[in-house]
Ligand binder design. Structure first.
Ligand code: 5AD
Ligand code: SF4
Length: 489
């Protein structure tokens, strides 16, 4: 779930989210009716998304809400009536990129004074006053829980006002909104199963920008998975900041809320989604080491179509730093989770997130991170140096006292070591045959397809007569640290 900037186009003819009776699941009425077909199309929306996969998923909700109001998306911002940036605050760099982008979009206003520029997502929560009032870079600021209000807010802007809604909600999950699949390859789709985060890791801005954790009704999740399956999708990824704390009809203390409704935990939800279609792969992200249960791992093992892949962010290999980060586990606990995964699913791929240079991280603490990496040998890792974020516990209580060049030098060491491990793990695949879901034409050659194996590793191979969206067996002949290369057998 990493940073990338992307624009999006919708092909309206393709969207028919209403399959059978969309407002019922297994005969039961959904909480709200699903939003359906668009009105007459009049205006053009250019939507750019940054940050984690949750944000990209949110953009699909936004497109759906605005689609109802007659907006279609365009890839060409020059011709748009409305430019929306769905933003990320997780590191300072992400915010700087968006600010630069906003300045360049503002130049378009000289030619087209009616153009509306809006800021969505995490930066909206954080920077409403600065961007709207002081710098006058945007007309519209909408936080992650206020997208239903977009049509009203846009109307206010059209009437000559600036508009803001950054209220966070304890309930909003957009459960009833059928997302417009943006930039989709038609093969793999994402389903948000929960929003927000209650974990309060001391370095992280997410609990402040995305609010309290809340889970979405399992009925609507299954309905969305079925819709994807019927539309030919072959892979769904269930998304949440901490999927292991997904719970429906159970409160935080574990008490049942309504005895007349079944309770659902994450393992049970996984099993339900896996049964939607046994030729549809299931992935999920992100798992939290403090909450990941053996029940989840056993469920992964039980269903052939749940991929053997877990993203389990460790952040640091030092228990002292983990405590300071308020992660809720020690190095030993983390290694025990890895042991459980490998005992139950020996060939399970594991990826992680690592931060270097967090407050008070000594050379010794950092070496513990390198040692943990050597012990686990992650298949993949997202690696960052620590970036202090406003409002977080670390910003309020700790000194950001590791010099920037040390943070960067440590990060480079982590990257080098990870590259070595990834290459070793990929080299071990040479000579093996792996099952690949074909996702798209390779970026490097029109003659090749690109897809992923069960363990989430990218595989590239000559197209021959294969078809996108099908599974093929590929014999691996060579590799890089990031890609397996082979031929269909
Ligand atoms: N600085 C650097 N990295 C961060 N992350 C979250 N907050 C920060 C920060 N302040 C990283 C963590 C998290 C991932 C999504 O981003 O590793 O798991
Ligand atoms: Fe941030 Fe921690 Fe929540 Fe992840 S689990 S979103 S790192 S607070």
């Amino acid at each position: 779930m990493k940073n990338r900037g992307l624009n999006t186009t919708i092909v309206l003819e393709k969207e028919n989210p209403q399959i059978n009776n969309p407002n019922k699941y297994n005969g039961e009425a959904l909480d709200h009716p699903l939003i359906s077909a668009p009105n007459t199309i009049t205006k053009k929306l250019y939507l750019e998304s940054y940050g984690c996969q949750m944000n990209f998923s949110d953009s699909e909700i936004v497109a759906s809400i605005l689609n109802e109001q007659g907006f279609i998306t365009t890839k060409n911002f020059q011709e748009s009536d409305l430019i929306l940036l769905n933003t990320c605050s997780i590191r300072e760099k992400a915010e700087i990129t968006v600010r630069t982008r906003l300045k360049s979009f503002n130049k378009l206003k000289r030619k087209n004074p009616k153009l509306i520029i809006g800021l969505l997502g995490c930066m909206a929560e954080r920077m409403k006053e600065t961007l709207l009032e002081e710098e006058k870079l945007v007309d519209l600021v909408v936080g992650p829980d206020a997208y239903r209000d977009l049509p009203n807010l846009i109307q206010e802007v059209e009437g000559g006002q600036k508009s803001v809604n950054v209220l966070l909600s304890r309930e909003e999950t957009y459960a009833d909104i059928s997302p417009v699949r943006l930039d989709s390859n038609g093969v793999s789709g994402f389903i948000s199963i929960m929003r927000g985060c209650d974990n309060m890791c001391s370095f992280c801005v997410v609990p402040f920008t995305r609010g309290r954790e809340r889970s979405r009704s399992p009925l609507t999740i299954i309905a969305e998975a079925k819709e994807l399956y019927k539309n030919g999708y072959k892979e769904v990824t269930l998304l949440g900041q901490n999927v292991d704390s997904y719970r429906w009809n159970i409160n935080k203390k574990g008490t049942v809320i309504d005895p007349n409704i079944p309770t659902t935990n994450f393992a049970q939800l996984l099993a339900m989604v896996a049964q939607v279609g046994n030729d549809m792969r299931i992935r999920f992200s992100t798992s939290h080491p403090k909450d990941m249960t053996d029940e989840v791992i056993h469920t992964m093992n039980k269903y052939e179509n749940i991929c053997n892949y877990v993203h389990l962010p460790v952040q640091s290999g030092s228990s002292k730093i983990l405590k300071k980060m308020n992660r809720g586990y020690t190095k030993e606990w983390y290694l025990d989770r890895i042991k459980s995964i490998r005992n139950i699913i020996p060939d399970c791929a594991i990826s992680t997130d690592i931060i270097t240079g967090f407050c008070d991280e000594s050379e010794e603490d950092f070496n513990e991170t390198l040692n943990l990496m050597k012990e686990v040998k992650f298949d993949f890792a997202y690696m960052f140096f620590y970036s202090e974020r406003p409002k977080t516990l670390a910003e309020r209580k700790y000194e950001d006292n590791v010099p920037e060049d040390t943070k960067r030098a440590r990060l480079q060491k982590v990257i080098d070591l990870q590259r070595k491990h990834a290459t070793e793990s990929n080299e071990a695949c040479i000579g093996k045959t792996v099952k690949v879901l074909i996702e798209s034409t390779s970026k490097k050659s029109n003659l090749d397809f690109s897809g992923r194996n069960d363990e989430n590793c990218k595989v590239v191979f000559p197209k021959e007569n294969a078809v996108k969206g099908t599974f093929v067996n590929v014999l691996i002949e060579k590799c890089t640290s990031a890609t397996l290369i082979g031929k269909i057998v």
